[in-house]
Design a protein around this ligand. Structure first.
Ligand code: SAH
Length: 392
């Protein structure tokens, strides 16, 4: 194994358990190839860790083990999967939730790979060519550890990959595949681009909306994608939901989510349009809603404008405040790793100040337990959701 020497500060971080390798950590510019298994040593050539090289955003590689005598072989990956599975026995046993994150990158000991479970199908997301170079050993370890996965799909989330989504092994899932979450059904597509139709990290938020906040209420779901929040609200007894998304496909996908739950989509409103145009429309018609959900992408470009969480969330919140009824609830969310929880709370405060309105935060959420957080990597705690009540 090639030895790579790192600087003092990086040595200290790695000793304390930080698993991400960054370009400036190394004493000599990094020349190891994607996928190389390397030994990381400190300035005095003392062993620190075994790692692989793989570039992904800020990272140029990830620590695999800090034990000098631990081999990186099939058994190593089997142990990781075994542990991941043990952490999720409560999910495995729960028939009302059949989709969850089975393996969460560095949170489960291997940066660069996540695995989601949908019924008995598994979707692997590979984040660098470096980790993907080890796929054969990793898939073998997985198949040996798991009891009969029905089928495996993969998403290639790195720039050098040609294809983005493909079926790997086992049998193909029905299209759509119906999964359950808190007793609600969701239609998912495992081989349709990088996304499946549901963002599993919002499970608890959808759960709270359904059980506590939706009954008897009108709900506006902005950036609604396949309408998951709308369906959760409708299942929780919302009198009417309105879903707004710019993507054409959102219309039929949202209708389908209602239908698989035996709700009539015709009882609800689904609009394919820019949310910012929708706000103008709502204001012209003096429409307000009891509950408004906002969970935008971190960055989006539409015909007329670009939206970025860091620059534009405050003004988006001001629009949301306008379309929320007095005493109503705003469910505000961001998955941006660049915005901290404190900063996000600051956006809420700033928007309400600008509007001269008062509010209170009634609930706070982060990603659920299956999205295991790495204690030394603050950005692994990326999801921030506030339930904000607008005062009368
Ligand atoms: N909140 C959703 C996920 C949102 S994904 C959920 O929980 O399931 C982001 C969505 O925003 C995409 O479906 C995209 O089509 C939509 N989008 C991006 N810019 C938009 C805009 N300006 N107006 C409406 N929708 C937009």
């Amino acid at each position: 194994m090639e030895q790579l020497r790192v600087k003092k500060l990086a040595s200290k971080r790695i000793r304390q358990g930080y698993p991400m390798l960054e370009p400036l950590d190394f004493i000599k510019p990094l020349s190891a190839k994607e996928g190389a298994l390397v030994e990381i040593v400190d300035e005095k050539s003392q062993f620190l860790a075994k790692a692989y090289i793989g570039s992904e955003n800020k990272a140029v590689g990830w620590v695999l083990t800090r034990k000098e005598d631990e081999a990186i072989d099939k058994a190593f990956f089997s142990r990781l999967f075994e542990k991941a599975r043990e952490k999720r026995v409560s999910f495995e046993a729960d028939a009302t939730t059949t989709a969850y994150r089975f393996f969460n990158g560095e949170g489960d000991g291997l940066g660069g790979l996540t695995i989601e479970r949908y019924e008995n199908y598994y979707v692997f997301s590979w984040y660098s060519a470096g980790i993907y170079a080890h796929r054969q050993m990793i898939y073998e370890a997985f198949e040996e550890t798991m009891t009969n996965p029905a089928g495996i799909y993969e998403k290639l989330r790195f720039k050098t990959s040609q294809e983005r989504s493909r079926f790997v092994s086992g049998k193909q899932a029905p299209e759509p595949l119906i999964v359950m979450e808190n007793g609600i059904r969701f239609a998912v597509y495992l081989d349709d681009g990088l996304m499946t139709g549901i963002f599993l990290d919002q499970r608890n938020v959808r759960g709270r909306l359904m059980e506590e906040y939706a009954a008897g209420k009108t709900v506006l779901n902005t950036f609604s994608y396949t309408g998951a929040f709308s369906v959760a609200a409708a299942m929780g007894g919302a009198t009417h939901t309105t879903s707004v998304d710019l993507a054409n496909r959102s219309l039929e996908r949202t209708r389908e989510q209602f239908e698989v739950n035996e709700l009539s989509p015709d009882d609800h409103t689904i609009r394919v349009m820019d949310v910012f145009n929708y706000f103008n429309y709502a204001k012209r018609h003096e429409l307000t809603f009891d509950v408004v959900v906002v969970d935008p992408p971190t960055f989006a470009r539409s015909k007329k404008r670009t939206f970025s969480v860091e620059k534009d969330y405050v003004s988006l919140l001001e629009d949301i405040i306008d379309v929320t009824a007095p005493g109503g609830l705003m469910v505000v969310s961001t998955n941006s790793r660049k915005v901290t929880r404190e900063e996000f709370a600051g956006f809420v405060e700033e928007a309400f100040d600008n509007k001269g309105q008062s509010y209170s935060i009634v609930e706070e959420h982060r990603a659920p337990e299956d999205f295991t957080i790495h204690p030394a990597v603050p950005s692994s705690d990326y999801l921030k959701v506030f339930f904000v009540q607008k005062e009368d």
